[in-house]
Design a protein around this ligand. Sequence first.
Ligand SMILES: [Zn+2]
Ligand SMILES: [Zn+2]
Length: 244
Amino acid sequence: MLRTVVDIIGRLAAAAGNGLWPLRCALCGQSGHEDLDLCAGCAADLPRNDHACEHCAEPLADNHSSIALCGRCLQRAPDFDACVAPFRYEFPVDRMIQGLKYRRELVYGRVLGELLARHLCRRETRPELVIPVPLGLARYRERGFNQARELALPVCKSLGLALRSDLITRRRETQEQASLDRNERLKNTRRAFALTAPLQARHVAIVDDVVTTGSTVNEISKVLRAAGVEWIEVWAVARAERSR
Ligand SMILES: [Zn+2]
Ligand SMILES: [Zn+2]
């Protein structure tokens, strides 16, 4: 009996390893498609961020279709050089990110990370390093994983890039950005990050789940810029509109 159970578990594990595990849509339970735990219908319905600021990827209102930059980037450019965010932080992408972050629903990390990778594979130049936004030690212990790293893993695997989770550290614990207004967010992240080792890269990508004010990725960009990085990209699954 025990042998049979062990045998079945072994065969199931082998099937999963071979990619033979039946794919199920993480949103509606129907069959997945294109090697994703997402069905064709749910994939087509995701809120794409097609009309966005060319610099920071903030969604732009439809009635300003001729303007390529958001008002804030027109006033002052962010510290990074480009931001890629294929989705708007709206239903169901917001729920998927929250499920990953707060309920450890790792299937959403795999699906969203793979969708981000497929979006990025059209880009001509590739960074030498990919750095997920780090969590502070206390939050990492409480959560047990870093959602930005979960998203960066399939990206780096698909695109053959070097993932470095160890290069940037959060020097002090910051509050959850979601609970703060814009000014508090800026204060919260100021000088919160530091390099842990000398960096020799000219092109780096920072990965995060969602970018809202951009204050976190801006602070990391300042650290990278001071270390001599010439081109800094931010790769996020979703871009939220800043509260005005
Ligand atoms: Zn579905
Ligand atoms: Zn912008």
